[in-house]
Every structure is written in C-alpha cells, then in structure tokens.
Design a protein around this ligand. Sequence first.
Ligand code: SRM
Ligand code: SF4
Length: 581
Amino acid sequence: MTIKNDSGEELKLAKNEHIKDESNFLRGTISEGLLDDSTGALAKDDTQLTKFHGIYQQDDRDVRKERRKAKLEPAYSFMTRVRLPGGVCTSQQWLDMDEICTKYANGTLKLTTRQAFQLHGTIKKNLKLTIRDINDSLMDTVAACGDVNRNVMCNPNPYQSKLHAEALEVAKAISNHLTPTTKAYHEIWLDDGDGEKQKVTIDPEPENEPIYGKTYLPRKLKTVVVLPPNNDVDLYANDLGFIAIIEGDKIIGYNVTVGGGMGMNHGQEKTFPRLADVLGFCLPDKVTDVAEKIVTTQRDYGDRTDRKHARLKYTIEDRGLDWFRNEVESRLGYQLAEARPFHFEHNGDRYGWVDDENGNSHLTLYIQNGCVLDQEAFPMRTGLREIAKIHEGDFRLTGNQNLIIANISPIKREEIEILLDKYNLTNCYDHSGLRLNSIACVALPTCGLALAESQRYLPDLISEIEEVLKEFELENDPITIRMTGCPNGCARPYIAEIAFVGRAPGKYNIYLGGGFVGDRLNKLYKVSAKAEEITGILRPIFERYAKERDAGERFGDFVIRAGYVAETRAGREFHNDFKEE
Ligand code: SRM
Ligand code: SF4
C-alpha cells in the first residue's frame, strides 16, 4: 500500500495503516488467536484490529511487577465497549449488561464519557461469550473503538420534548450510516463456536467498505448531536457535531461543527486540544449526507503517516476551515448555508427529578466516575437492578458518566421511590457542586496509557477540596473539575474550569479557566504538582473567588479576570507560556 502527498511524494505510512490494509477488513488472525489457550493475549497486530470490534486487550497494572518477577505473563484481560447511540437502553438491556458484568467481567458496570457501557476484566476464553450475550441483548460493540466513527452522542433526555426525540433519531441515523459494513464482526464473534459456521458465512463476493475503504480512517472520529441550551455532551470536544436549531417548536436544521478534540502529549507542542469550529448549516434531511462527506474528506486528507497528527482537528488546522468547507461542499454538490445563532448554558447534568409534558418523570443520578458497583455501605448496582426489574421506561447514560432513569410513569414512580430509599440511591445527588460536576477517566489499573491515578484518586481529592470550599461557603457552587491519568483527555479535561492531568505517579499538571459551558479551553497553571500539594495550591484561589467574584461569575471566568491564566480559545495557543502566581 502506498500513498502520495499533494506534491506526489510517496509517504511512509504509520504501522497501523499496514495492519488495517492487510487485515482483510478487520479479520487479521483474531479467530485463530482466540483458540490459542497457551496465552491470555492475542497477537500484537490483532490487538489493534480488535479495537474496531469494540475490544481492548489490557493487563492488570497493579500486579505487573510481581508477575514479571514470578516470570509469568502479564495478567491479560479484555475491556469491551458497548456502542449505545445517545446512551439509551431499555430496562431489559440494563439487566442484561448487569448480568454479563457479573458473569464475565469484574463486577463494575462502567458508564463512559461518551454514553457507552464498558466491561473490564474479561478473560480471553469468555470474550466471545460476552460479545454474544451483548448481541443477544440487541446491542453491539462494533466501531465502539478503532479508526472509525465512534458512539454518536446526543443529549440524554429525549422524553423531555419531542425535539429531543427527534435529535436522538438523527444521532441513530448518523450512527447507522457510518457503521462499518465488514462481516468480520459476525464471523469472528457470533459464529456457533465450532469454526464451521464461520467458513460457510463468508460471502464469496469481495468485501467492500463503501464509506471507509479498506484502511478505514486515519484515526478515530467522534460525532455528537446537541440540542441547545444543554451542552451536556460537550459539542466542542468532538470531531463532528450537529447543533439543532429550533424555531418555534421545530428543529429547522443543524449547524455543522468540525475539528474538536482533546488528545495531546506532554511536551509535544505539535499536539494540542482544540475546540470545534462552526462550518455552516444544513437541513435535517441532509445530516447523514453531510456527515458522510466530512468523513470521506478526512479519510482522504487526514494524516496517515503520524497517528499523533491524524485527527480531523489537525487536517483543519493545517489546511484551513475554508479549504475544508470547499472540499466538503464539492463532494456534497451544494453549499452549506450560513450558520444560525445558538447558545449554551452549561455542560453538566441536571440532577434529581424532572417531570415532562407527558406526565412522566425522569431522575438523574450522580454516579461517581460512572462506576456502577456494589459496596457494602452502598449497594448501587443491586439497587439499580431492582429498579430495572420494574421500570417500564428506559435508562440513559449521560456524557458526564451519570445515569438517568427515564420516562417513569406516574404509577411506577412511587414504587421506584421506595427502591431509591431502600438502596440509598437518593444520596446519588446529595453532593457538593464540585463533586456533581466532576469527571475522572478510568486510568489505573486497566488503562495501558495511564501515567497516574484518576478515578481511584479524584473522589478523595474532591473530599479534601470540599473542606476548603466549605470554609469559603462555596460548597454548593457548581464548578467543573476533571481528572485524567494522562494527557489523552478521556474526561475532556481541557474544557473544565479546573483540571488535573497525570504526568507521573502522584503528579499532575493543573489547568484552570475552561468555560462553564465547555466553550473555552483552560490553560496550564502548575506543572507536575504533587498530589498532596494540590489543595494548598487551589486554596488561595478559592478564597479570592469567594471574596472578589462578580455576581454570577463562574470560577473559570474569574481565574482569567483575576490573572491566574490567560483566556484560551484557539488550540494552537494552548501551550503558550503560562503565568506563575
Ligand atoms: Fe479515551 C484511549 C478510555 C473517552 C481520548 N481511552 C483510551 C483507552 C482505550 C486507552 C488505550 O488506548 O489503550 C482508554 C481505556 C481505559 C480503560 O481501561 O477503560 C480510554 N476514553 C476512555 C473512557 C472509558 C474514559 C471514561 O472514563 O469514561 C471513555 C470512553 C468513551 C466511549 O464510550 O467511547 C473515553 N477518550 C475519551 C474522550 C472523551 C470523548 O470522546 O468525549 C477523549 C477526548 C476526545 C478526543 O478523542 O479527542 C478520549 N482516549 C483518547 C485518546 C487520545 C486521542 C487523540 O486524539 O490523541 C486515547 C489514546 C489514543 O487513541 O491513542 C484514548
Ligand atoms: Fe487512560 Fe489517559 Fe484515557 Fe485516562 S485519559 S483513560 S489514563 S488514556
């Protein structure tokens, strides 16, 4: 496989390009590897391909050293991500995931920052059984990871109005349209187990991926549909976005956004987080067409030589928004209209009960770091299971790792309230404004890229900070705070008002000044702060905020006005010199 640049020179492609090219549409030798019981792992190249099937090979980093000493291979297991457009699942699907999690994973049902489920700790011999059970529950893991369009996000509460339901349908349509068509997924994971069926189901026709082609995209692509004024799905962090424009009680079309993304590397200024730009406006019936042409433009022009420079945000930075618009419009055969005005009010979730116009109720619960698990004092997973057994509406995963028990009929509300009390689930939203607006990524022990703790540490750090907030009577103020174990940005830290990004065990970069609605980047304030120093570093800033803020002024706005950090909107300015206290 060869590719040339604009001047006709042959390019040295990233290794993954060859793996994809030679994989026979994502098959590789995964099937053979699953049968090899001499190791808990798959072949190295296949671990790149399983991502397209929603599966990551990992190992338990807590026991890496001791296993190495004992000359054992790492404690391999697999993480499975379930694609769930708009984060919606039925009660039965919740129950099924709960059961699969007990049978094949580590007992924690993880709700991700992109409204999906993750299961951790599945060993190789249980992987097919896991995927099969997920499919039996009418969900799948295709394209939950990999160089394709990922789980399409959408504001999680469609029952609040007809408009939300419409937006969710658009999210599903984009998701369906951009799902890879390879039959590899069914062959590998859903055959009858003896390998025979696999052979007979192979279509004699050569396979084709009409949108992606055989090397798929240069890198992942993330899409969101958002209904203002809620930006609870963080539009600006996505490669591709559709903002519903509402006139009267109708969605008249969508503003199209492109080029958002969070990932970067410490010390590599060529990598940076970037906020999405508004490209134009399209009518509702053109959304999937526009999405497709944006995807194919990125397919053809994204950088396939360097995976650190391969996201759509760099294609747009390098070639310019006008070039990108022209290219997309020439593929569409028509022009996008001028973008329409819109505004956002926040990017957090609204906790507690909301009643809708149909007489149904919705309850948003705070789920710390999206981890649904049973602890002795707080059997959350059991409580939610008991609710799912009687709940006739659905469950909605939010982009902030929280959960909405949605569409509760008046008859069921009382029964559900009894269960909420019984399992202490009402405590799920009785927290400080800081905690309710917090997100931490997974990090250790499963994430192979983590440099520091995240979800195992942020809750304790927040408890420490809460003491300071109480002193200054700030405990009820919503302030967005996010932590990641490395700079990849899985909790979208670079748009939080306060963020901690792991550099090394126990050391974090502190960023301040993101926009409360998720529309402004933050800026580096302290490099490599030791965990035990963090609260002390923030204390004087909270004190000044409590005393000097203007009425209604958000923390992120204050730290800029007070001169702690400079306002940052453009990704390429993200690494500009930061200001010491
Ligand atoms: Fe992420 C890689 C977890 C949302 C940017 N992310 C990973 C991996 C798979 C590590 C790996 O490649 O080996 C992590 C698995 C950890 C584990 O053990 O579960 C991981 N990412 C997550 C989740 C589970 C975090 C969470 O706690 O919820 C989120 C799953 C979302 C989903 O359901 O699809 C998750 N990741 C994000 C987001 C947020 C978003 O999409 O809204 C981002 C920033 C937005 C973006 O993509 O720009 C994000 N993840 C990354 C990156 C950096 C990509 C880049 O452009 O540089 C990586 C590393 C990579 O791809 O090489 C990464
Ligand atoms: Fe892992 Fe880094 Fe993502 Fe956290 S931000 S889950 S440490 S890749």
